[in-house]
Design a protein around this ligand. Sequence first.
Ligand code: GLN
Length: 480
Amino acid sequence: MTDWVGRSAADIAAAVRSGEVTARSVVDEHLAVIDAGDGPINAFNLVTADAARQSADAVDATIAAGGDPGPLAGVPVALKDNLCTRGIPTTCSSRILEGWRPPYDATVVQLLASAGAVSVGKTNLDEFAMGSSTENSAFGPTRNPRDPSRVPGGSSGGSAAAVAAGFTPVALGSDTGGSIRQPAALCGVVGLKPTYGLVSRYGLVAFASSLDQIGPFSATVADAALMLGVIAGHDPADSTSIPEPVPSYTESLSAGVAGLRVGVVRELTGEGIAPDVAARVNAAVAALSAAGAEVTEVSVPAVTYGLSAYYLIAPAEASSNLARYDGVRFGLRVDAPTTDAMMTATRTAGFGAEVKRRIMLGTYALSTGYYDAYYGKAQRVRTLIARDFAAAYDTVDVLVSPTSPTTAFAFGAKADPLSMYLNDVCTIPSNLAGHPAISVPFGTGDDAMPVGVQLMAPALAETTLLSAAAVLEAASGVAS
Ligand code: GLN
């Protein structure tokens, strides 16, 4: 019954294209597994079974007519619920968007559909992508399929869990400070944050616009490359989109790491990293070295200020982006005698505690008298981080660190906001610099939960990143 569940997107697309299996039966198998398994996991806010069957039938009809349905023919995908889907509720796991149906599809959603992929639904997240555990969802937390007593990470916890549970072979998430890589690490799947501007943000509900990027989750590095090839590319609808041709990511996969200069980031591998995670990172570095990479330790001093800079810049941008939820233009409205009172009542009822905290922090950081001291200073730190990365990339091609300081933690374990924010210490620097980074599963910690190793590279060096990731993936089975 479930011949195609657990298979890679590449295998499914090849089988659908060759007529070995229909897109419809692939999708039906996955829908059945979601139906049977998602109750306790809560990866999905919405499963669009009828629309998925219709898209699958359309793929099969294209094949029957001798046409080419595209490189993701019949591949079930799950979409983080902050990606706009035309006529289909898009909630950002917030009450404030209750009842809102976007009038258009995000560019990535269109690109996936044109490549033959079949969207099966919208996945849970921390409200407006603010969080690292998916506990901040208005619709209840997502559970980690590897151990349901633990969080899946966040904010794209639903997408990570969907792939880890085998509900879909691939999914999309968004990463502002680590929200693809950290949940990928905690759930034991691959998660890639592309270079800022490589993937269009058109139709991604904005959190912190200068940091947000969309990227794939997958069980294999090859599927991450396949997905990136479909969603990357210039889009005139996003003014920050890079107008450059996209290389073949799948062709670069087998390049290996012989002669590749790999730098272990000193500031992200010592203090604050759990010993079992550090041990797996050391094993990954040894594996890269055994495969021919030249490994050195490098210093990127300003990354130690990344967390502080991010938690000023991201809330500042969020406070501005979230001003549009005013009870008039989108979703929820709580009526009150005056417009001001209506807006206050709507925002009070519609936003959760973490979103309110970010709006307040951001408004404060941007206010007259504090702007220079907080927001302005954070922007200068951001420049320093970019400079330190540039200096490091004069001597190495790829940087390595843990993705997350620990493995998946228990629900409620990080109740104070600062301890939750500390999860992002290794992932945030790449967002501030706009650089690509990938998390690859590399064995497990003392608690038998997955450990992710992060590889970082300069802007637009995704090909290098993916070929190094493929080497790690091949070694992870042997070394774990
Ligand atoms: N955990 C970080 C935050 O809460 C990152 C979130 C994200 O990347 N969307 O802001």
